[in-house]
Design a protein around this ligand. Structure first.
Ligand code: ZN
Length: 433
């Protein structure tokens, strides 16, 4: 009798556990087996429609990650062996790091600096709500008034961009040259974490990119704010990956043979003995010594989710920095499709290019705007924050030659996947004055 009761009790508990698991993972399982395979197929079909467009300028386009963290930040362990292979796989040409400062005196350059396996790395800092790259040897004294730091860096040739545009800033400080118009970390703030984590458990291996894109929301308020600022002064828009590769659970052997567990935000969880209770979970150490990895925000997935395409003459710090300051860049959600080859420019009466995205051009030099894209979609021309023209679907080209008047013209490209339009490219404006 007792045996029977125990047996039924166990069956009941197991059944209950199963119900709870199915409940927790139902959305994730549905994504893994239904939504993501379908989405993946549609994205691949979209990417297969690639046609190299005509080059409107002799300049090159380099793919870059701006606002990323390495081991120098307290909340990341990323080393070159993590960062560079990820950058290569994501097709990234340069990374402008923004490590958190260690103290009140911040010496730059520090850490990584230069070319690593062809990937250009420039060090910088994220502090007090901004991304800064002094570009030269500099000691930043953070005890000095914030606006003074900004002024000093910029007057010495460096770059200061607003980080985390959802936060409070002194938006009227004229020394700031740019702002984030998309940041993965900003976007994730309104998500509830449980479904995201369940999703990564079910789809993180096969469909990491789509599990990551679950966080995506069009940053309507930030874009509107950017337009409003641009109506007063030029402010460059860029994408921040804010990659730390730190939302993970990992384990590795310490020198004494014990196992260290590291959790989210680079916090050590525990150090334990290896035993039959945990050894079954471990694999052979990878190139960084990890024997267990459950990873969400990998460098590769972050670099691939949103990418800056900078138009410049060479892959060097002076050239890239110069283009960043001028706003000669557009951003694209690259996991949907690589936007290399895309270009937005103004043309004069003779049909010659008079300016590209980010440039300021005199009104008598602008007869029309032209856009070319390697992948088809819908073009939306925006003047002073208002959409003034929307092209038909599935276009590779867009020309607008209504009488052009003075204003700030930027372009968005949206693509149709799974029956829905989603933003793919945001350009910096052409400023017609
Ligand atoms: Zn950051």
């Amino acid at each position: 009798m007792i045996k029977k009761i125990v047996k039924y009790f166990f069956i009941f508990v197991l059944g209950l556990l199963l119900v709870v698991l199915v409940f927790l993972f139902s959305a994730g399982l549905w994504h893994r087996w239904v939504t993501y395979p379908r989405f993946d197929k549609q994205v691949k079909a979209f990417q297969d429609r690639r046609k190299e467009p005509e080059a409107l300028t002799a300049l090159h386009t380099y793919r870059g990650a701006l606002h990323a963290h390495s081991y120098w930040s307290h909340d990341s362990r990323g080393r070159l062996s993590d960062i560079i292979p990820a950058a290569k796989k994501a097709g990234i040409d340069f990374i402008f790091l923004t490590d958190h400062a260690h103290g009140d005196k911040d010496t730059i350059p520090r850490g990584y600096h230069g070319y690593y396996d062809g990937v250009l790395i420039e060090p910088g800092t994220e502090r007090e709500g901004y991304c800064t790259w002094p570009l030269d040897s500099a000691v930043i004294d953070w005890t000095v008034k914030k606006d003074t730091v900004v002024k000093n860096v910029v007057t010495n040739g460096g770059i200061i961009f607003y980080a985390h545009s959802e936060e409070e800033h002194n938006w009227d400080n004229p020394y700031f040259q740019g702002m984030e118009i998309y940041n993965i970390h900003t976007d994730i703030k309104d998500e509830s974490l449980r479904p995201l984590i369940c999703n990564f458990i079910t789809s993180g291996t096969k469909y990491k990119e789509w599990a990551m894109r679950e966080i995506f929301d069009e940053q309507v308020d930030i874009l509107a704010h950017w337009d409003a600022l641009n109506s007063k002064r030029k402010i460059v828009g860029f994408a921040a990956v804010d990659a730390h590769e730190n939302q993970n659970i990992r384990a590795r052997y310490l020198e004494d043979g014990r196992v260290e567990w590291v959790g989210p935000d680079n916090h050590a969880i525990d150090t334990v003995e290896a035993s039959i209770w945990n050894r079954w979970m471990f694999h052979a150490p990878d190139e960084n010594g990890w024997i267990f990895k459950f990873m969400t925000d990998t460098y590769q997935a972050s670099f691939n989710m949103v990418t800056n395409y900078v138009v410049a003459d060479t892959l060097s710090v002076p050239s890239i920095a110069n283009s960043l300051k001028k706003g000669n860049l557009f951003i694209a959600f690259k996991s949907l499709g690589d936007a290399k080859g895309f270009m937005f420019c103004s043309k004069n009466a003779e049909g010659k290019v008079s300016g590209i995205l980010g440039d300021s051009v005199r009104i008598d030099n602008v007869k029309s705007f032209q856009v070319v894209s390697p992948l088809p979609g819908q073009f939306r021309l925006i003047r002073d924050g208002k959409v003034i023209n929307v092209s038909a679907d599935d276009q590779y080209q867009f020309t607008w030659s209504e009488p052009v008047r003075k204003g700030v013209y930027r372009l968005e490209m949206h693509i149709k996947i799974d029956g829905k339009y989603i933003p793919w490219v945001y350009t910096n404006p052409v400023y017609v004055y």
